[in-house]
Design a binder for this molecule. Structure first.
Ligand SMILES: *[C@@H]1O[C@H](CO)[C@@H](O)[C@H](O)[C@H]1NC(C)=O
Ligand SMILES: *[C@@H]1O[C@H](CO)[C@@H](O)[C@H](O)[C@H]1NC(C)=O
Length: 295
């Protein structure tokens, strides 16, 4: 329930900032469990969403890591899309299906590939971007280069990745500062590649309240009901760098609009004011895996 409200709030935020109900032919999504609509079903990984109670609002599990639609599903519907954009890895995602956009998100994935050591093969950010290169070529060969460029430049690109990198930053031998700079430089490379493939409207979500993810609350000694504050602060440090990157790209990449979607602030606001949003509980966040205590 909290999840739905969170998604609704997010959607309004994104709609207002994109102001893009008109003229959006396609929607491309990149990310982790916040955005996965079933790619992990097709990957040799232990991180799957295709079981109950995921998908109960659809009547069956779909591979989404939520009871119902993802933030980006809702956003697409609000923008007038008839169908949800399909997972890239589904065998049926071919031909004209590509023209409304594709979803490359893979739960538990990150900007780096460090989580793959634990969970098996995932689509990390680089892989998602390179798959988008293939999609762009497929669209060009289907409708011709000028029409493809028009479609790609009017499309919305939504990216929600980085939380898993932050959660697993302890597994890197680099200092936090160097590791975050490394992540941001990889992200920058991917965003510039998207831009070179005609992307112009790009929404990038920051890292949320990582300290409130059930798994982290289980493995850190915190009182029941409260969050791991040091991890929230870690997310804040990463987010400051992300924000700086988007400011830089907005300045340097002609004609592109990069939007910083402040998921962290929205969740903080929800947690402080959850009663006024009609909620009984402060936190129930999507996470790659439930905590050992299962809450
Ligand atoms: C991650 O990528 C690096 C560089 O491409 C590679 O050397 C490494 O083996 C990869 N690790 C995993 C777990 O896939
Ligand atoms: C997360 O941590 C930050 C920094 O310590 C703190 O200000 C904030 O209240 C925390 N949020 C929640 C929901 O625990």
């Amino acid at each position: 329930m909290m999840w739905i409200i969170f998604q609704t709030v997010t959607v309004y935020f994104l709609l207002v900032t994109c102001s893009a109900k008109n003229n959006v032919p396609a929607f491309f999504t990149f990310g982790d469990s916040l955005a996965d609509v079933g790619n992990n079903n097709y990957l040799p990984t232990i991180v799957k969403g295709n079981f109950y109670p995921n998908g109960i609002d659809f009547g069956k599990p779909t591979g989404r890591f939520t009871n119902g639609r993802t933030v980006f599903d809702i956003l697409q519907q609000e923008m007038g899309f008839k169908n949800f954009t399909p997972p890239y890895l589904a065998p049926t995602t071919v031909g004209d299906m590509l023209l409304q956009g594709v979803n490359y998100a893979s739960s538990a994935s990150g900007i780096s590939n460090s989580t793959e050591t634990f969970y098996g093969t995932l689509l990390n950010f680089d892989t998602q971007i390179s798959y988008h290169g293939r999609t762009a070529i497929a669209i060009m060969s289907r409708i011709g280069i000028p029409a493809a460029q028009k479609l790609l430049s009017r499309a919305i690109y939504a990216i929600a990745i980085g939380s898993n990198d932050i959660m697993y930053s302890g597994t890197s031998s680099m200092s936090e500062e160097d590791y975050f700079d490394f992540l941001i430089s990889r992200l920058k490379l991917g965003l510039k590649t998207l831009h070179s493939l005609d992307a112009r409207k790009i929404v990038v979500a920051n890292a949320g309240l990582i300290g409130c993810i059930p798994y982290e609350k289980d493995i850190h000694p915190v009182p029941k009901g409260s969050c791991v504050r040091i991890l929230n602060r870690t997310a804040q440090r990463y987010n400051a760098k992300l924000k700086g990157l988007l400011v830089e790209l907005n300045k340097n990449l002609k004609g592109a609009k990069f939007i910083y979607a402040d998921i962290y602030q929205m969740l903080e606001d929800l947690s402080n004011n959850y009663v006024s949003y009609g909620l009984r509980m402060a936190f129930l966040l999507a996470a790659p895996l439930p905590g050992p205590k299962g809450d």
